[in-house]
Ligand binder design. Structure first.
Ligand SMILES: Nc1ncnc2c1ncn2[C@@H]1O[C@H](COP(=O)(O)OP(=O)(O)OP(=O)(O)O)[C@@H](O)[C@H]1O
Ligand SMILES: [Mg+2]
Length: 509
């Protein structure tokens, strides 16, 4: 008997069919993985179960009893807890309040019962003791937290519901390795307690580590369900992409071409796009490297060892406390992003909610701010602009209904593609990629990296920080491994192995 069963679920938004005949059966004590390309309907299916989206048709059964989930409150009463991909936190409220929302304990029905609140939150917070990071306390307000910490609060909120049915829609996209391991240990406990769980991720390593069964969704239809130990990655990807025969995920891990060309010693000084000497800033010191035109320079190491801060400093978004950045004989002060953009430096962040998306505004408007800055155009003919924008989003296979639609109407991964496409409209000289594929599906990742390699071959200088080892090993010509805010090791040529990467990342950690 399935704990939760859905059949014939459909949902359209205007002309977009988000779900067409969605079906799913989740057993108690199982982690049921949902896989599918960006925009295939995974989040929509979750929202139907959570009561935040009303389906046009379909049936939901809990313990074999038909139910009508008419809203989030009803879902909670039916024992459903949700982690939302785009998070559902109140930014001004504290960690403890968010964990206990929407059922804050009250005294006499009007005032929040602080003592009861603290006790209830403390139990959940304790689950992530030692991995939640600096500044993570029950009293901290959510808007003061880092992206990974906000994601932990959303996880805690779902866990605190103690619901028998739990949905996790991409809960790990901002977490570091230690946080993911802790979270998975908690999930294993919940499994042992017989909870039924839905888990969405685009990371194959996580899926095989925690999943029991997988259901693949393609274009709003559920294709089928398999036991994970009875299938393999290539088969799953084939189901995800359907007609395409070559599994696109395989392309992302192809080793870089022309390896002989990539050594720094083979290059003339005029090929240096950025010379960084003794750079210091928030959380890193003494960072020195040359970035060459035509290379993809990888930043590796455990999450949060200074990689992202270095990139944001080079982009002028964080202040520099020491060191120089030069190009040829010219010193680049890079005090603001505006200055960096004018110097041809681009920055793509995986944290689109903080750095990328202009919420509530049309897709076209989300694509064009950089274009305006670089071209210094106050007026451009809309048709020309739209043509350039179209080419940029097409290059990444972005799925959307029209430029005039609000960016919020796109699926998470498609929003991230818009953020990347923004930089492709006017080719920068230096492209800084800060874990850029968060939430992007396997096929689109492969497309993105194929594009990045083409840009590098055409002479662009690219820095790639990725929290996924396969992305680094498969695409970077050399890798600088960060540890404790310093570059500890450079891996080039045959040294670029998973073993060396792990070793350098963990040895002083
Ligand atoms: N509120 C909305 N208004 C209009 N269209 C929407 C809305 N929500 C979702 N869609 C569309 O429905 C489709 C399915 O979106 P959904 O968010 O379920 O995809 P997903 O599988 O979760 O993708 P991702 O992996 O990128 O998170 C997409 O084409 C999306 O643009
Ligand atoms: Mg989604």
């Amino acid at each position: 008997m399935a704990k939760l069963k859905l059949s014939g679920i459909s949902k359209t938004y205007g002309a977009t069919v988000a779900l067409h005949d969605g079906a799913l059966a989740v057993d108690a004590g199982d982690v049921h993985v949902l896989m599918g390309a960006n925009g295939s309907g995974k989040s929509t299916l979750c929202k139907v179960i959570a009561g935040s989206v009303r389906p046009d048709a379909g049936a939901v059964l809990i313990d074999d009893t038909p139910v009508t989930i008419s809203g989030p409150r009803v879902a909670r009463a039916l024992g459903i807890g949700v982690f939302y991909q785009e998070l559902s936190l109140a930014a001004r409220r504290t960690v403890a309040e968010n964990i206990c929302l929407p059922d804050l304990p009250m005294t006499a029905g009007v005032l929040v019962d602080r003592k009861a609140l603290a006790a209830r939150a403390a139990r959940t917070i304790a689950l992530f003791d030692g991995v939640a990071g600096d500044g993570f306390t029950a009293d901290a307000t959510v808007d003061s937290l880092r992206a990974d910490q906000r994601q932990l609060v959303e996880i805690m909120k779902a866990l605190a519901s103690e619901a028998p049915i739990l949905i996790f829609d991409e809960p790990t996209s901002a977490l570091d390795r230690a946080q993911v391991e802790r979270f998975f240990a908690i999930i294993r406990d919940l499994k042992a307690q017989g909870r039924a769980m839905i888990f969405i991720s685009h990371r194959m390593d996580e899926i095989t580590a925690i999943g029991d069964r997988v259901t693949v969704i393609r274009d709003g239809r559920t294709v089928g369900t398999w036991r994970l130990d009875e299938t393999d990655t290539a088969t799953i990807i084939a189901h995800m992409v359907g007609e395409r025969s070559e599994p696109p995920g395989a392309r992302a891990s192809r080793p870089p071409q022309d390896e002989t060309m990539s050594g720094p010693e083979a290059r003339a000084p005029r090929d240096i796009a950025l010379s960084v000497r003794g750079l210091g800033g928030s959380g890193f010191t003494d960072v020195t490297f040359d970035l060459h035109r035509g290379e993809i320079l990888g930043f590796g190491g455990l999450h949060g060892q200074g990689q992202s801060a270095v990139l944001r400093t080079l982009f002028g978004a964080l202040p520099r406390s020491a060191g120089d950045v030069t190009r040829g004989d010219t010193a680049l002060p890079l005090r603001t992003p505006r200055e960096a953009i004018r110097r041809g430096i681009a920055y793509v962040s995986g944290d689109r909610r903080r750095d990328g998306v202009i919420q509530g505004r049309p897709i076209l408007e989300n694509l064009t701010p950089i274009h305006y800055l670089r071209q210094r155009l106050m007026l451009a003919r809309p048709s020309v602009l739209q043509q350039k924008a179209q080419a940029a989003v097409d290059a990444l296979n972005t799925k959307f209904a029209g430029f005039a639609h609000a960016i919020d109407s796109l699926s998470g991964g498609n929003q991230q593609k818009v953020v990347i496409a923004r930089w492709l409209m006017d080719r920068p000289d230096v492209l800084l990629l800060d874990d850029p594929t968060k939430g992007i599906d396997l096929a689109a990742k492969a497309d993105l990296f194929a594009l990045i390699r083409t840009l590098a071959r055409d002479g662009m200088a690219i820095v790639l920080y990725s929290s996924e080892d396969a992305e680094l090993l498969g695409n970077a010509d050399r890798i600088l491994v960060f540890n404790g805010g310093r570059i500890r090791r450079e891996l080039a040529g045959a040294d670029r192995t998973r073993y060396n990467l792990y070793h350098a990342a963990y040895e002083a950690a």
